[in-house]
Design a protein around this ligand. Structure first.
Ligand SMILES: [Zn+2]
Ligand SMILES: [Zn+2]
Length: 346
């Protein structure tokens, strides 16, 4: 089968790879669509993401949808022929975090397309993909494969919004209008926020944010005071979701939320440490909490997409054949032109 395999930074090869047999409990999915994520782009551009480095050839991709084509005899999952969104998260189901219902913190996680463990977990930008059958979540025929592949980033956003606590009637700031920031906007509105302001250093994604119902969408590249003014107009934001992963943005957040407010750190930073105005956190009793991937929100994302309760179509930018993966990655990395780019596979 063909797969988009990363051999090192800027060395992505579409090449033949052997498919593997099914182990107990597994299913084979014929992949139809795969979304290029910020983490895929980071692997492509830098050969790593966060603290994880690519140490052997890695098939990228974890935002995938397709059709179940084979089931292990003992597997309980959607039958052959079912269209599914693939949950890229494969927690062990046995560790203390899994047993506590926090599978995203699993100490033996096998997340698709991840260089965290060695050997790496190969990803889904391939014609076929073997996963545990319970990773296959059925989607209705009316939902396109590209939209179904958005379940994963939407799940990330829904999880971050859940970590923020109740947003009903709240004023929310989202830093960063990349795909995840824009999906956090959709998720925060869905969760009942009174207003969602979103800021970025680039104008085209802010135009998408306005179409998605942002109460304020500002380019803060020219005038750094804009952010302070936005916060002051509201007496401070109730909640800030940091979705840029830039150290300078992280350090700004405590200045922008009101006393008793909450900051959700969702953006993934480069390795190393970041200065933070900790006295502000202390004196204002601001909660600073992390949000990493998702757990039960994957199924919630699929249900919201299937029912049309959350519309993510404004983030869809373009799609490319698997053979043109390099062109797709170049476009996905151009924030002037693209939010979410998909590979159409098979
Ligand atoms: Zn993703
Ligand atoms: Zn576990």
């Amino acid at each position: 089968m063909l797969a988009a395999v990363l051999h090192g930074a800027h060395d992505l090869r579409v090449e033949h790879k052997d498919d593997r047999g099914l182990a107990a409990g597994e299913a084979r999915v014929r992949v139809a669509a795969g979304g290029i994520c910020g983490s895929d782009l980071s692997y492509f551009n830098k050969g790593g993401v966060g603290d994880f480095r690519v140490r052997e050839p890695l098939t990228l991709g974890h935002e995938v949808s397709g059709t179940v084509v084979e089931l292990a005899p003992d597997a309980s999952g959607p039958p052959v022929g079912t269209r599914v969104a693939v949950n890229p998260s494969r927690p062990c189901l046995r560790c203390r975090y899994c047993r506590a219902g926090r599978g995203n913190l699993c100490s033996a996680m096998r997340f698709l397309g991840s260089a965290a463990p060695m050997p790496h977990v190969q990803g889904g930008f391939s014609e076929c993909l073997v996963v545990r059958a319970d990773q296959c979540v059925p989607v209705p025929d009316a939902l396109s494969f590209r939209l179904a592949a958005c379940a994963e980033p939407l799940a990330v956003a829904l999880h971050a919004v859940a970590r923020a606590g109740s947003l009903v009637g709240r004023q929310v700031l989202i830093a960063g209008a990349g795909p995840i920031g824009l999906l956090c906007l959709a998720a925060a509105r869905h969760a009942g926020a009174a207003g969602v302001a979103i800021v970025d250093l680039c104008e085209p994604p802010l135009e998408i944010a306005r179409r998605m119902g942002a109460s304020d969408a500002r380019d803060v590249s020219g005038d750094p005071e804009t952010l302070d003014r936005l916060a002051a107009e509201r007496g401070g934001f109730d909640v800030a979701i940091e979705a840029t992963g830039a150290a300078s943005s992280v350090a700004r957040m405590p200045h922008l939320v009101r006393p008793g407010g909450r900051i959700v750190q969702l953006g993934m930073l480069p390795p190393g440490e970041v200065p933070l105005p900790v006295n502000l956190l202390m004196a204002r009793e601001i909660d600073l909490i992390g949000s990493f991937r998702f757990h039960e929100s994957f199924d919630i994302a699929v249900a919201a997409l299937a029912a049309g309760r959350i519309d993510v179509t404004p983030i869809l930018s373009a799609s490319f054949a698997l053979q043109d993966a390099n062109a797709a990655f170049l476009m996905a990395g151009d924030r002037q032109r693209a939010i979410k780019v998909h590979l159409e596979i098979g």
